[in-house]
Design a protein around this ligand. Structure first.
Ligand code: ATP
Ligand code: MG
Length: 412
């Protein structure tokens, strides 16, 4: 049997409705917070990701779908969208328009081990708030994320984990202390973490290796290395969240290992998705645009997996119930086609069974969950009427062909 590529899957209508519910709800709420939707290409030059995601990260080390195209360009299917948005900011010379608030939604690609909630082609929604250095942007970005989770009925199943990575000075001091600490355990660290020690020691804090975790438990804590500016910045973020009654838990182990990440780091996590706990994750990335060669510009944002949100979301709207148009006999086919078109132009969802006798077509009307059926028999047509049958009550009434649209208005 022909199968889709491992880690990809077909989104059939029921799941598509759940995806649409997630992305439409998110788009609407993001708009209330002033975020405009935009889109960047699904592939970029590989250097966009290699430079922004940093070398010693899972994504760049092993998860990127990279290829050389017919023209010899080295390209990568986007594993996330922040790098693309930063590239877009530079390419389009958007600095003079800053601050900018963007919302996006679309597919991302990572070569990971597929499992529930972890795919190789998955979909994300996300926001980026570019050009504001102060903590009010962090607060707004978290608030819009929390509001989206709330509207989807997911917030109560999540915890907002919050941490600060401080400014550059604070991070430099912390990095030095971490290197000194981990150097004492270098023999016991996993191979991955030994490599990170040289290139990206903060990432060791993120390791899932059990041996690493034991060592990490005794590592120095970031809070002892934060300078006054960083402490104050974090205090303002927390005060803003308190003001908006957004609950959070401080998680000092929540890190992002790249140099351009700073200050606020956060993640909404859940216990309801098995091993996959993160539903929405983000943080501040003040050095990112400069890393890509653009003007020094602060930014903060998050991304969330649509598949994971869709699995948790309540109240996914059901498909709209159609009106079934049921011609009885060959002479009724043409008038049925005409009436169906009229109803569709009036905004009704209409199902016309493709063939069969009355019984077969009524079975079909039930199967598609029709709210009403319009029976068009030869006698009726001769009199210029049709029969409208309410599929719930079974009540039938005769209606002039010319007034069917008006007659059906109660089914809108
Ligand atoms: P994880 O720890 O689960 O690997 P991550 O830290 O790699 O997540 P981010 O890069 O922060 O995730 O992406 C933001 C969100 O995108 C995640 O919180 C998750 O909801 C979703 N996500 C990430 N990778 C996948 C994937 N392979 N399949 C489905 N959703 C994903
Ligand atoms: Mg990952």
């Amino acid at each position: 049997m022909l199968q889709p590529v491992r880690g990809t899957h077909d989104v059939l209508p029921e799941e598509m409705r759940a995806h649409r519910h997630v992305s439409d709800s998110a788009r609407g709420i993001a708009e209330c917070y002033g975020f405009d939707e935009m889109a960047t290409p699904i592939f970029e030059f590989s250097s966009v990701f290699a430079r922004t995601l940093g070398e010693a990260t899972d994504i760049v080390e092993k998860e990127m779908y990279s290829f050389v195209d017919q023209g010899g360009d080295e390209l990568t299917l986007r594993p996330e969208n922040t790098a693309g948005v930063a590239r877009c900011f530079i390419s389009n010379g958007l600095a003079q328009l800053a601050p900018l608030k963007y919302f996006y939604s679309g597919p991302m690609f990572r070569h990971e081990r597929p499992q529930k909630g972890r795919l190789r082609q998955f979909h994300q929604i996300g926001v980026e708030y570019i050009g504001v250095a102060g903590p009010q942007a962090d607060i707004e970005v978290i608030a819009v994320g929390e509001r989206i989770l709330y509207i989807l009925g997911i917030r109560e199943h999540t915890v907002l984990e919050l941490n600060t990575l401080g400014d550059e000075e604070s991070r430099a001091g912390y990095r030095k202390a971490l290197v000194a600490y981990f150097n004492d355990y270098v023999k016991d660290l996993s191979d991955d973490s030994r490599r990170r020690l040289k290139r990206n020691p903060l990432r060791i804090l993120d390791s899932k290796d059990a041996g690493d975790c034991r060592i990490v438990a005794g590592a120095p804590e970031f809070k002892d290395f934060l300078n006054a500016y960083s402490v104050d910045f974090f205090a303002q973020v927390k005060a803003g969240l308190d003001l908006l009654s957004i609950g959070y838990e401080i998680n000092p182990r929540l890190v992002r290992g790249l140099d351009y990440y700073c200050h606020t780091a956060f993640e909404f996590t859940t216990t309801q998705l098995g091993a996959q706990s993160a539903v929405l994750a983000g943080g501040r990335y003040d050095g990112l645009i400069e890393t890509l060669g653009g003007p020094s510009t602060p930014g903060v944002g998050w991304a969330a997996g649509i598949e994971r949100l869709a699995m948790l979301a309540n109240d996914v709207p059901k498909p709209r119930r159609p009106i079934a148009v049921v011609p009885i006999g060959a002479d009724a086919e043409a008038p049925a086609l005409k009436l169906s078109e009229e109803l569709r132009r009036a905004g009704f969802r209409v199902d016309v069974g493709d063939s069969g006798n009355l019984r077969k077509r009524m079975r079909r009307a039930n199967k598609v969950n029709a709210v009403a059926a319009i029976l068009m028999g030869e006698d009726e047509l001769a009199q210029g009427v049709v029969t409208v049958r309410d599929m719930e009550s079974g009540d039938q009434e005769s209606t002039a062909t010319g007034s069917v649209v008006a007659q059906l208005s109660r089914y809108r």
